[in-house]
Ligand binder design. Sequence first.
Ligand SMILES: Cc1cc2nc3c(=O)[nH]c(=O)nc-3n(C[C@H](O)[C@H](O)[C@H](O)COP(=O)(O)OP(=O)(O)OC[C@H]3O[C@@H](n4cnc5c(N)ncnc54)[C@H](O)[C@@H]3O)c2cc1C
Length: 394
Amino acid sequence: MSNERVLIAGAGPVGLAAAANLVRRGVPVTVLEAGAGLSEESRASTFHPPTLDMLHTLGAAQPLIAQGLKAPQFQYRNKAHGLLAQFDFGAIADATQHPYRVQCEQSKLTRILLDGLHHEPNFEIAFGSEVAGVTQDGAGVEVAIERNGKTERRAGRFLIGADGASSAVRHALGIEFEGFTWPDRLLVVSTPFDFHSVIPGLTAVNYVADPVRWHFLLQIPELWRIMFLVNEDGSDERVQTRGFAQSLMSTVVPGISNYDIDHITLYKVHQRVAKTFQRGRAFLVGDAAHINNPLGGMGMNGGIHDAINLTDRLAEVWHGEKPAAELDRFDKQRRGVTLEYIQKYTIQNKQNLESPGDEFRQNLQAIAADAARTRDYLMRVSMIASLARAAELG
Ligand SMILES: Cc1cc2nc3c(=O)[nH]c(=O)nc-3n(C[C@H](O)[C@H](O)[C@H](O)COP(=O)(O)OP(=O)(O)OC[C@H]3O[C@@H](n4cnc5c(N)ncnc54)[C@H](O)[C@@H]3O)c2cc1C
């Protein structure tokens, strides 16, 4: 096996987007995935317009749209006033090929990306291969892999750590994951209940503010996902019981308290950013590089933006079209924009939803009433503005 490859740790949405972009640009790739197959876990469900534009280049947008729901509008509501404001991505249709969010489980994207790569001669994937160590010199990288109870080694010219929040690559490189963990936890409850039948005018993406118990209500094909912040005492086991989930669900629509529940999942919520996204020939992307609360749906989307930013540059360096110094721009742009945009706005989104409400409501309504402010707002929440800002950073 030639060492002339890029190694990617992790076959999540970010690692496979990186692989697809490199292979498309003629760079040989080996993906090392710890799991026995692709993860089926349902975490991200919102794909933003510029992410869909990038996935279109990889041939993945159309199949994703076919398996998901198009959500051109989204709403803010609160419990006291009902609908506060509705926004429509049609107002920025000149800035994207996809003026809508797509609501679809992230596990559908990983399957689509892998199916598109399987027949490619420059692509290889090894499941059951857990990256456990990294060494490097001026010419390449070598990773230690735990596989079938034995340690194997693989060499490559570069390494991309896309191995999620507990990244072994980040640990092996000795990179700190700076930030904090919120004291409250996030409970995600999914139900086939048809909320359109009881909340007139509801869209597929709805944020419901409340100082005591906010939630958001997201539709995916065949299910709704309702996310609540849990800040009371109580063991993880207790808050994941059906009884507790039903008690939260009963706050969503007055008078409805007994839902069919498909899944109950509890998550810790963090805001952390790696101290650097690059060490020599090794890079961090996606959750390995940054994690944030899910308000605004920016974690996976930002991770796919990292993957495309990095692999566009890697392909140019690989083919000798740009000097190696081109790679330094990845950290400047993506770490910079992660700190000043993704971290800032996800924290602000959480604080807005749990604020007493009047200022947030008045501000939203003022934005919705003004076409120029609506446009700026949509450029920001769609993450198009984050890409423009990243380009300014280095
Ligand atoms: C409830 C919830 C809702 C969310 N909603 C959204 C949303 O709507 N939009 C959004 O943008 N983001 C959302 N997110 C965040 C999103 O899920 C993550 O940002 C996304 O999964 C990151 O993708 P990734 O590929 O970087 O990492 P992961 O999806 O974690 O994939 C990492 C992969 O690496 C593998 N791996 C781990 N360790 C190793 C190792 N040592 N060696 C080899 N392989 C390894 C894992 O098995 C896994 O396959 C949400 C998160 C949660 C919890």
